[in-house]
Write a protein that binds this ligand. Sequence first.
Ligand code: AMP
Length: 286
Amino acid sequence: MEIASTVIELREKIQAWKKKGLKIGFVPTMGYLHEGHLSLVRESKKSSDVTVVSIFVNPKQFGPAEDYRTYPRDLERDRALLEREGVDLVFYPPVEVMYPEGYKTYVEVEDLQDKLCGKSRPGHFRGVCTVVLKLFNLVQPDEAHFGWKDAQQVIILQKMVEDLNLPVKIVPLPLVRDHDGLALSSRNTYLSREERQAALVLKKSLDLAEKLIREGEKDAAKIRQKMIELISTEPLARIDYVEVVNLKTLERLETIEGQVLVALAVFIGRTRLIDNLRIVSGGIEK
Ligand code: AMP
């Protein structure tokens, strides 16, 4: 497994693969890898000839009061995990390679970027789209793998790829959970033991939504209200949002119909966690 930190190193490798006609799979991450990330890597390995993983904590997607500085980082651990998975190349650029002094270009996906997480994290998806477009231009992947854990991110990136005619297929993959149901996240490392226990309330509220929907509840406001009531019983939890929206437009729904996204963001102590379930033609996924 090779590690490239500069554009020149990366391009050399990519061009050699392109010449050979190899199919390139790509998994962008911010590192501090867990089984959620590794599930994307395994999928990429299955469907492509070579797999590139990027590790870059992108300052442009963090707000000024957010955790850019304290975001967990451990390259040696990540490197060992990726080596074991048989990854071909890791792109690990320093910030000045991605954003040299005087950097000025940004990508925005209107409307979609302002909903759900975009409301409480202004500029977040502008940062995400900008870095992902840059990474796509650098890695030139045939397929890029993203987790449904970040459902809004998937929807926004699909729109960006469609609108800008990018020659890459976005492959969304299932959300991976810990044994007790907590959605895996690099930020789970911030949680104390007590908070880790309290954090289970996110999944519990989705279980409740699933139960109500399976029992035939169609009133989205009722489902939302019951989730809010359940989360409010947890003293360490503070709701950022609980929403029931259309999975493509992210517009709030009155009635459960078509493709639905039930999404929530909840602070457990100082840590903001997200989780979701999706209703698609095949049933409920979470
Ligand atoms: P991050 O390092 O948090 O930027 O995540 C990198 C990629 O891993 C994104 O596509 C995430 O959606 C995905 N990911 C993070 N956590 C999970 C999870 N628990 N299950 C599936 N995918 C995940």
